[in-house]
Design a protein around this ligand. Structure first.
Ligand code: HEC
Length: 160
């Protein structure tokens, strides 16, 4: 093994480090961020979110956040229609971080890779800030009572 004998040790170390980084890139958990918080009282955030919602989400979830008709019933292809994001839906049942992950990585992220859904993943389309802005806008439209319940859901999720 003369070849190995002559290779400088730092080269092995560098190769090992690169290999480790590569493996981490491939297998790292997809939900890398945990510091997500919505800002429904931030006027700029909500204004930006409103515009982005109209552009990226309204076609399915409705211009008035009303969702698609009969959203509780599966379509003939087995997939669910887009639910409303207003207080009649179940968006507010999920804490900030879950909503962020759902939007960024799609429903497969929570429901498993086999789950078929029309909900796109936005990781290559929207920045983290854009996603937070959209979700902040959505939260800003909820009645005070629903917002308070959602704050409580967040508190409980953070204690976990
Ligand atoms: C092409 C249609 C489509 C577009 C565009 C779309 N969605 Fe969805 N979305 C869906 C469908 C369909 C579901 C329900 C899927 C399921 O449960 O299988 C869903 C579910 C969700 C959920 C989970 C809601 C819950 O109560 O469980 C969130 C959050 C969400 N969408 C956010 C967004 C946001 C934010 C945007 C824009 C950035 C967006 N969606 C754009 C189709 C869409």
């Amino acid at each position: 093994m003369a070849l190995f004998g002559r290779t400088p040790i730092p080269l092995y170390a560098a190769a090992l480090l690169l290999g480790t980084l590569l493996v981490y890139q491939i297998y790292a958990p997809k939900g890398e961020r945990t510091d997500i918080e919505l800002y429904p009282d931030d006027v700029q955030m909500v204004a930006d979110g409103k515009a982005l919602y109209a552009q990226h989400c309204a076609s399915c979830h409705g211009a008035g956040l009303e969702g698609q008709s009969n959203w509780r019933e599966r379509k003939s292809n087995g997939r669910l229609p887009a639910p409303p994001h207003d207080e009649t839906g179940h968006t507010w049942h999920h804490d900030d971080l879950s909503l962020f992950k759902l939007t960024k990585h799609g429903l497969q992220f929570v429901a498993g890779d086999d789950y078929e859904s029309d909900m796109p993943a936005y990781k290559d389309v929207l920045s983290d800030r854009d996603i937070v802005a959209i979700l902040s806008f959505i939260k800003s439209t909820w009645p005070a009572k629903v917002r308070e319940t959602h704050d409580e859901i967040n508190r409980r999720a953070r204690l976990k």
